[in-house]
Design a protein around this ligand. Structure first.
Ligand code: ADP
Length: 338
């Protein structure tokens, strides 16, 4: 708007200013009037050319706008620096809070572990009749107390495990581990629990030759314990669980654990590996649970260089799959050197 006014006013102004000055100064000279008229016309046209054709005014306006933008940007940059400082400070505070929370969990969990182990030991003595004969009813109650205490111990262990993962304090001791043996051992330990729930477990597909993986045996056991306990826990009476082991090329082996239990609702599947997450159907069926098991499992599998995933449909079961790196065969040269 200002630009177009300027385009009109400037040449006209020049024209009138020159002609009016000459006419007023020399009112009697026609020749001078004509000359002034011509000069004014030329200068006004030149001004018009400058302004209009060579876009001096629009450029001046654009320059002004550019300056404003620069100033805006500078203000924005200063604001960003301030926000960055605030975020860094908030981040530091959060880190400190997180460290405090971690050490709190760690202290509480360690403090709880000792008395819980003491209770377990005492209950064991009582149940075995080492401190006198019990009636059937007394024994049943003591067994219930023993089981509750065991659940508390595993919750405390899960809390400590998850916290160690978060703070990066977990140490791994890798070695060659015969995979089928680990699975057989965990299955054997789990048999009473499965039997009590009327669930059958089969280790159907396994390779004919021993499959050795490069793994930390204790952590690997925890993976199978967690996944298989979940399959038993979230199966209905009469359900069945299948474990299979299939080598994938020469580098890795894929383990699958399939059950036909309650499954995981579609809309909650994305959260299943999150800390403390429990699906609504699981909470309804089994009130005990920490939501830490799968978080720990995923971290262990990934630390071994493997991947974990699952497929599921609610009320039709879940199949968890994960891969582990196979123990590397020593190459001919290495064999010769050894
Ligand atoms: P928890 O079993 O203690 O709740 P997990 O971390 O082991 O914790 O499992 C997280 C959630 O994943 C469970 O609460 C449940 O909702 C779901 N889930 C895991 N395994 C199964 C399964 N085999 N069948 C159905 N849901 C499962």
């Amino acid at each position: 708007m200002l630009g177009s006014l300027f385009v009109l006013i400037l040449p006209l102004g020049i024209f009138f200013a020159i002609t009016a000055t000459v006419v007023l100064r020399y009112p009697d000279s026609d020749a001078l009037h004509v000359a002034a008229f011509l000069v004014a016309l030329i200068l006004a046209s030149a001004a018009q050319l400058l302004v209009f054709e060579w876009k001096i005014v629009p450029n001046v306006i654009a320059l002004e706008r550019f300056r404003e933008l620069l100033a805006d940007q500078e203000r924005g940059a200063r604001l960003l620096v301030r926000r960055d400082l605030e975020l860094t400070r908030a981040n530091d505070q959060l880190r400190k809070l997180d460290e405090t929370k971690s050490s709190f969990i760690s202290v509480v969990a360690h403090q709880l572990r000792t008395p819980l182990s003491g209770i377990k030991w005492t209950l064991n003595l009582l149940i075995n009749g080492d401190m006198g004969t019990l009636t059937a009813e007394q024994r049943t109650f003591l067994i219930k107390a023993y089981e509750s205490n065991d659940r508390m111990i595993s919750l405390v262990n899960d809390m400590l495990g998850a916290d160690r993962i978060e703070s990066g304090k977990v140490r791994y001791f890798f070695q060659s581990v015969p995979l089928s043996e680990v699975i057989d051992e965990v299955l054997f330990e789990l048999l009473p629990q499965a039997k009590a729930r009327g669930v059958s477990i089969t280790f159907a597909s396994k390779p004919t030759h021993p499959t050795k993986v490069h793994a930390d045996p204790t952590k690997l056991r925890a993976v199978f314990q967690n996944l298989l306990e979940n399959s038993v826990k979230y199966s209905q009476e009469g359900g069945s669980i299948e474990v299979s082991l299939v080598p994938r090329g020469t580098e890795e082996v894929e383990v699958s654990i399939k059950d036909d239990g309650i499954g995981i609702p579609k809309e909650q599947q994305k959260n299943i590996f999150d800390r403390f997450f429990r699906a609504t159907n699981a909470v309804k069926l089994e009130t005990d649970g920490s939501g830490l098991g799968l978080f720990i499992v995923k971290s262990i599998v990934e630390r071994h260089g493997g991947m974990i995933w699952f497929e599921s449909e609610e009320n039709r079961g879940v199949t968890f799959h994960f891969t582990l790196p196979l123990e590397r065969e020593p190459r001919a040269k290495e064999k010769a050197a050894a």
